[in-house]
Design a protein around this ligand. Structure first.
Ligand code: FVH
Length: 284
């Protein structure tokens, strides 16, 4: 069933979201600070609102996809949100999401916060995921429309949960990227072909390690850091060896050093018998 949906913010992501709604047959109203960005969407059937208030007035579901939370307040501070669902897909921190939820609720809106786990060209394609948290009733009401953008995954009433999980997933990505970059510098320092290393050696190894992570998660949840694989003392020696090897190759292990620091701390506390999962206690 076609629905009225408004999209505030037509940057790369907001435009992709509006485009996906249009392609799915919804009646889409768009607004952007710089009006020209609405033109390609208007050519496809969207209505351009002259003001944010006009866009909010047009639809029960209002998507905000702006630079940051201050820009969301800047756009909506004088607009009545009564009876609307505000789905804020702007990237932010959990505390910002909770504050925005109170702010929107005080103005009469149901609030959903969203974490987009995709880049613009992935929107409306398999593999794209958007995490939502906040009003469960609003999510149920709009789930079908939101599913046009990406798989919608509701993660709870706490509005901060979607951004928190978004940031946790990005953390995993940055950790993996740090490992890849360090591996790359080591491999290229020896003039070994990096693509061949990445495809045939690194990726299968990382996949095998990733398969162990659910078991690690169970141990962390249980606070049980015993290991039958390799304890922190062994890992401390392993990282010491890695750092020396990097320096002997004439390259820097700088992205690995923070991990070594935390392992050293844990071992210095006399907990070298634990597995790597024990490091979460040092970080808590
Ligand atoms: N692009 C991506 O891959 C990521 C994927 C994960 C989620 N992010 C987040 O999505 C938000 C928007 O990102 P974007 O890629 O669309 O960003 P831009 O193309 O730079 O567009 C920014 C829009 O925000 C408008 N804007 C900025 N400041 C203000 C303001 N003070 N008042 C009103 N609007 C403002 C800007 O308008 P204009 O410059 O065209 O006039 C754009 O519409 C973001 O949170 C990502 O982290 C995307």
């Amino acid at each position: 069933m076609p629905e009225n949906i408004s999209v505030l913010g037509l940057g790369l992501m907001g435009s992709a979201l509006a485009d996906a709604f249009l392609t799915a047959g919804h009646r889409v109203t768009v607004w952007n600070r710089t009006p020209g960005k609405a033109d390609p969407l208007v050519a496809k059937g969207a209505t351009a609102a002259a003001t944010p208030a006009e866009a909010v007035e047009a639809s029960p579901l209002v998507i905000a996809c702006l630079l940051d939370y201050p820009s969301v307040y800047e756009v909506l501070h004088e607009v009545s949100l009564a009876g609307r669902t505000l789905a804020n897909l702007t990237t932010g921190r959990p505390a910002e999401a909770r504050e925005a939820a109170s702010w929107a609720t005080e103005r009469g809106a149901d609030y959903l916060d969203g974490g987009i786990m995709a880049v613009p060209h992935m929107i409306a394609k398999p593999g794209a995921l958007i995490l939502y948290s906040g009003s469960g009733a609003a999510f149920d009401r709009h789930e079908q429309a939101l599913a046009v953008l990406a798989e919608p995954r509701y993660v709870g009433e706490d509005p901060g949960m979607a951004p928190l999980l978004d940031l946790a997933m990005l953390t995993g990505m940055y950790g993996q990227m740090a490992g890849f970059l360090e591996a790359a510098v080591m491999v290229t320092s020896a003039k070994y072909p990096l693509k061949e290393f990445t495809t045939n050696l690194l990726i299968p190894w990382l996949n095998a390690m990733a398969a162990l992570q659910p078991a690690w998660a169970e141990k962390i949840e249980a606070g049980d850091h015993r290991t039958e694989v390799s304890n922190l003392e062994i890992n401390r020696a392993g990282l010491e060896n890695l750092v020396r090897a990097f320096r002997e190759q004439g390259v820097k292990p700088d992205l690995l050093l923070p991990m070594k620091t935390v392992i050293d701390q844990r071992v210095a506390r006399g907990l070298g018998h634990e597995g790597l999962s024990g490091l979460v206690e040092e970080l808590s």
